[in-house]
Design a protein around this ligand. Structure first.
Ligand SMILES: Cc1cc2nc3c(=O)[nH]c(=O)nc-3n(C[C@H](O)[C@H](O)[C@H](O)COP(=O)(O)OP(=O)(O)OC[C@H]3O[C@@H](n4cnc5c(N)ncnc54)[C@H](O)[C@@H]3O)c2cc1C
Length: 428
């Protein structure tokens, strides 16, 4: 092993602390050559990003590899309107580098702390009727495959590129990601409280289409949605009108945290104050703890054509959902063409749950949630807690078998396979 590689465990568990890694060692290569050597020498290896997934997707019985000691990279190509980042970069670091040069990403997830490579591997998304998930911005990848070879693939010249991007860590270890960028823009965030469900469900499209990015926070009980966050992008053709009362709700007069009773100091600026995209598109600020910390998350995406019946099905489960819940969030995600994207081929509505950190109880309640959403073809978020196995997941993705074949091609010895992938993807 090269000297720079760190052996032994420094990170015992994921961010939420609900999964303890069983991999024997965590390595931090500083060069691509060291990474290749590690992959060639390992029987089982898995990339670890920032560890924000809630399940065992980044664990394995061999070694984990984290790229946060690789040389940082944020190479902007102003002609192509792309940026190329290293495989360990966080969205927060990337956003700072882009903003300093007057550029932007189209969207961000609720937190900037996550790594770009880890987020795209699980189809992480933000919200917005016109915003596809973060992986849809990827136009090129460099990765070390299961044989230790470096491969460069891109949207223009690689026939199966749509299979590579949401890779679940099964295809290789990504050392560089190239993403589409656009000129920097401003966003203003408006929060409304207590919007009646009846009014929201009467015209769901009018609510989610009202702003560039819309999030609805609920505990699934009662007659109203607790908070609606409208991230308005001035000049995008949508209304700039945010009156004191909207859709039956009332404009918040102080900054809000999505969790009831929690200080909003961790949250990005609200109250309609316009500011840079990177300081508004996420809900949580980079220098602060996102969300609650003591929590488990689950999320399901359904075709947005089923939004209203799916919401009604979840409201009917409030009796078992609400007692275990900290808060739930409803977002929308535009369709993309990526094989394992949770929004692949369909404009989607995403139902997110921030649960109490009670693992056994959460594992039980997600079975009921999955049963209620099954008629709508719900696809679970790859990085969160869910029950479905390969038998249930495969039919939800038209290119599932092609992905399995691609993984076998890039990793013939199955070095990147782990228990999660065997159970959820390969069906073993
Ligand atoms: C507080 C909180 C808020 C969240 N908010 C959102 C949200 O708004 N929207 C949303 O969709 N999700 C959200 N998530 C989920 C999160 O975005 C995903 O779990 C994401 O995968 C985390 O990225 P990571 O860097 O921590 O990846 P990890 O959890 O470390 O890894 C995830 C996967 O990526 C792979 N991977 C990591 N690095 C590489 C690499 N270099 N090459 C190849 N594969 C790699 C791993 O092997 C694994 O398969 C949230 C999570 C938390 C904790």
């Amino acid at each position: 092993m090269a000297q720079q590689q760190t052996q032994g465990r420094e990170r015992e568990s994921n961010w939420a602390g609900n999964h303890h890694y069983r991999a024997a060692a965590l390595h931090r290569p500083e060069t691509v050559e060291q990474l290749q050597e590690l992959v060639r020498g390992a029987a089982a290896v898995q990339a670890l990003g920032s560890g924000h997934s809630f399940n065992a997707i980044s664990d394995c019985d061999g070694i984990q590899v984290c790229l946060d000691k690789m040389p940082p990279l944020a190479r902007i190509d102003e002609q192509a309107m792309t940026v190329t980042v290293d495989g360990g970069s966080s969205y927060g670091a990337l956003a700072t580098a882009l903003a300093a040069r007057g550029f932007a990403l189209a969207n961000l997830a609720s937190l900037p702390h996550i790594s770009v490579a880890g987020a795209i591997a699980t189809a992480t998304h933000g919200s917005g009727d016109g915003n596809a998930n973060l992986a849809a911005a990827v136009v090129g990848l460099t990765l070390v495959d299961g044989t230790g070879e470096v491969r460069q693939v891109d949207a223009k010249d690689t026939p199966d590129f749509a299979g590579y991007v949401v890779g679940l860590g099964a295809l290789g270890i990504v050392t560089e990601v190239t993403l589409a960028i656009e000129p920097a823009f401003t966003v203003a965030q408006h929060v409304y409280r207590d919007l009646p469900w009846e009014q929201l469900l009467a015209d769901f499209d009018a609510v989610t289409g009202r702003a560039y990015s819309v999030s609805l926070f609920t505990d699934w009980s009662g007659d109203t949605v607790g908070q609606a966050w409208f991230k308005q992008r001035p000049g995008d053709g949508r209304t700039d009108d945010y009156p004191a009362e909207l859709l039956g709700g009332t404009a918040a007069t102080a900054a809000m945290h999505p969790l009831p009773g929690v200080s909003a100091v961790n949250c990005t600026q609200q109250l309609g104050v316009a500011g840079p995209w990177q300081d508004r598109l996420s809900h949580f600020r980079m220098a602060f703890m996102p969300s609650a910390g003591e929590e488990i998350q689950s999320e399901y995406l359904v075709d947005r054509a089923h939004a209203v019946p799916a919401i009604n099905a979840l409201r009917a489960l409030s009796g078992i959902i609400t007692p275990l819940l900290q808060v739930a969030e409803i977002r929308t995600v535009a369709a993309d063409g990526l094989w394992l994207s949770t929004a692949s081929g369909r404009d989607s509505v995403a139902f997110h749950f921030t649960w109490l950190r009670e693992q056994a109880a959460v594992e039980e309640v997600v079975k009921a949630v999955e049963a209620a959403l099954a008629p709508f073809g719900a696809r679970p978020h790859w990085g969160k807690v869910f029950d479905a196995g390969s038998g249930a997941l495969a039919p939800l993705y038209p290119r599932f078998a092609d992905f399995v074949e691609l993984a076998q091609r890039l990793d013939p010895e199955g070095k990147f396979r782990n228990a999660f992938l065997d159970e959820k993807v390969f069906g073993i």
